[in-house]
Design a protein around this ligand. Structure first.
Ligand code: SF4
Length: 256
């Protein structure tokens, strides 16, 4: 018999090795990341976005990545100034506007980053076959789970920290977004360098650095997601009012 034995939940381990070693190490790593995130969240509150990015890059190196919806490339640009070659995760749901894919392609072509387009396990056609057509109009939470949340979880394997472009002024539900926090669900550090930026700060950065922006913003869209769940907004509406407008839903589940 080989010197390897099966241990529940662990896969193959060497005979005689303590089966609990791997989970114990994972628990310790998780606790260390949590402590680190909580301390950094306090210490970096109020710090410039670049300083928050520098902290993450110095602390995590290539175990840090950026996520982007490609509504604009502000966060990607900011991080690329500190960490050229950084991985950028884009969740390619198969239901994006062509304009969004154009931003993704432009970022990939013109910026010093490594764009990783992550697709869901099921194509849109396979999802229609398994769950019925237009799941997004019947059960958007399930659709987001299948096309975004599961993809993100798969994409983040191998990283200890991820950056997002969440901002406090995006919506009331994001008003308390910390600059660094612990993502309990995924056991990773979540870095939100531009959490305190206003829309005016974003626009200033875009024009200062000539950053790629989704063309839909020039056509009365104020937040851009998948085409079936995004509509134009009217004057006076919340910036995210055009997302899942037919439902009591404000977030896709990536940040919950
Ligand atoms: S935003 Fe809409 S289409 Fe995109 S994954 Fe969520 S429910 Fe599906």
């Amino acid at each position: 018999m080989s010197g390897l034995v099966w241990a529940a939940g662990l896969g193959l381990v060497g005979a005689g090795e303590p089966a609990a070693a791997e989970p114990a190490a994972a628990d310790a790593n998780r606790q260390e990341l949590r402590t680190l995130a909580e301390e950094a969240g306090r210490e970096l509150e109020g710090a410039p976005a670049l300083e928050v990015v520098r902290w993450a890059v110095e602390r995590f190196g290539d175990r840090f990545c950026v996520t982007s919806s490609m509504a604009d490339a502000v966060l990607v640009h900011l991080v690329s100034r500190v960490a050229p070659g950084v991985d950028v995760v884009f969740l390619d749901t198969g239901l994006h506007f062509p304009e969004t894919l154009r931003v993704r392609d432009q970022v990939s072509r013109t910026m010093p980053v490594n764009v990783r387009s992550i697709r869901p396990r099921l194509t849109v056609g396979q999802q229609d076959g398994e769950y019925g057509p237009r799941l997004f109009h019947r059960s958007p939470d399930d659709c987001c789970q299948l096309r975004k949340v599961e993809s993100l979880e798969r994409a983040l394997v191998g990283y200890d920290a991820w950056a997002t472009g969440l901002r406090r002024d995006d919506s009331p539900s994001r008003a308390n977004t910390p600059v660094v926090t612990f993502d309990t669900r995924r056991g990773k550090v979540k870095v939100n360098p531009i959490a305190a930026w206003t829309q005016a700060d974003v626009e200033t950065y875009i024009s200062q650095w000539d950053v790629p922006v989704n063309e839909l913003f020039g056509r009365a869209y104020s937040s851009v997601g998948c085409w079936p769940c995004t509509r134009r907004t009217r004057a006076g509406e919340d910036a995210r009012a055009g997302r899942w407008a037919m439902f009591e839903k404000a977030e896709c589940g990536l940040h919950g």
